[in-house]
Ligand binder design. Structure first.
Ligand SMILES: C[S@@+](CC[C@H](N)C(=O)[O-])C[C@H]1O[C@@H](n2cnc3c(N)ncnc32)[C@H](O)[C@@H]1O
Length: 249
């Protein structure tokens, strides 16, 4: 793959970005380099990516969260960059963080603990705080196929890959699935029920998917009808639980 400017910076700062991630970033964000962005990254580790973003987006304000207190060492070492201890798996902690920082992020890069719960919780809580026209990146969603991260069989609900498939439905909401279409052509012409349509976000414009990295673009113009990816219980789990409770008396 053609090395980009971002590849060179990533190699220098030792960012944990596989060599096909940086070309994807460069392809979509090279024209954003001179903007005064607000960029939040989840997952600091040894500071490699924060130093990379600092150089690539010189006018950006950088925000980062991690659960490892050692990452606080980067405060004061990288210009206009604030690291805060926040657990990405806690919706309350994320909401509190957004309230304190003011949210309104142009780019969110999610490169934290990579479990299904963390990736899905972070997306559901933080995507609403991406500005219209901004982007949310899920790195390493390939952990959907690894049991130790909570991954499951193909097409099982509750994985990050299944959330990304839900986003495909969200992207297509205005084309053939919206209420106007149902009014014009009749409810029976739409295969998706009103309740299912209501479970989709209306503000997802596009998504770039490649091996283990997804870049999700928020529409600059579509009205936001909030909805979250719902993690469904695996089939039969509730039934088995009820049976076990009955047996236990
Ligand atoms: C893959 S490393 C980040 C690498 C860094 N973004 C880079 O490219 O150089 C993952 C980081 O996520 C942090 N992390 C793990 N679980 C987390 C959680 N629940 N909330 C926030 N950060 C978490 C880890 O402490 C670690 O620093």
């Amino acid at each position: 793959m053609e090395p980009t400017e971002l590849c060179r910076i990533a190699a220098k700062t030792k960012a944990c970005k596989p060599d096909w991630y940086t070309p994807a970033y460069h392809r979509f964000f090279s024209e954003w380099c001179d903007r005064p962005l607000r960029l939040l990254e989840i997952g600091v580790y040894q500071g490699g990516s924060l130093q990379m973003w600092r150089e690539y987006f010189p006018k950006a304000s950088l925000f980062a969260i991690d659960i490892n207190a050692e990452t606080l060492q980067w405060n004061g070492k990288i210009r206009d960059c604030k690291v805060t201890l926040v657990d990405q798996g806690s919706p309350e902690a994320l909401r509190d963080y957004v309230a304190k920082t003011g949210g309104q992020f142009d780019i969110i890069v999610e490169d934290g603990g990579h479990t299904m719960h963390q990736q899905i919780t972070s997306f559901n809580v933080l995507f609403p705080h991406v500005v219209p026209g901004g982007a949310y990146v899920v790195e390493d969603y390939g952990t959907s196929y690894w049991t130790k991260f909570g991954g499951k069989a193909l097409n099982a609900p509750g994985t990050s890959v299944s959330m990304l498939k839900w986003l495909v439905d969200c992207i297509n909401l205005p084309l053939g699935m919206d209420d106007d279409h149902a009014k014009k052509w009749g409810e029976s012409s739409v295969a998706v029920s009103p309740a299912e349509r209501a479970s989709l976000r209306s503000d997802v414009e596009a998504m770039h998917i490649c091996n283990s990295i997804a870049i999700i673009f928020k529409s600059a113009t579509r009205v936001s009808k909030p909805a979250s990816y719902q993690v469904e219980e695996p089939a039969g789990l509730m039934t088995r639980l009820r049976q076990a409770l009955r047996r236990a008396g």
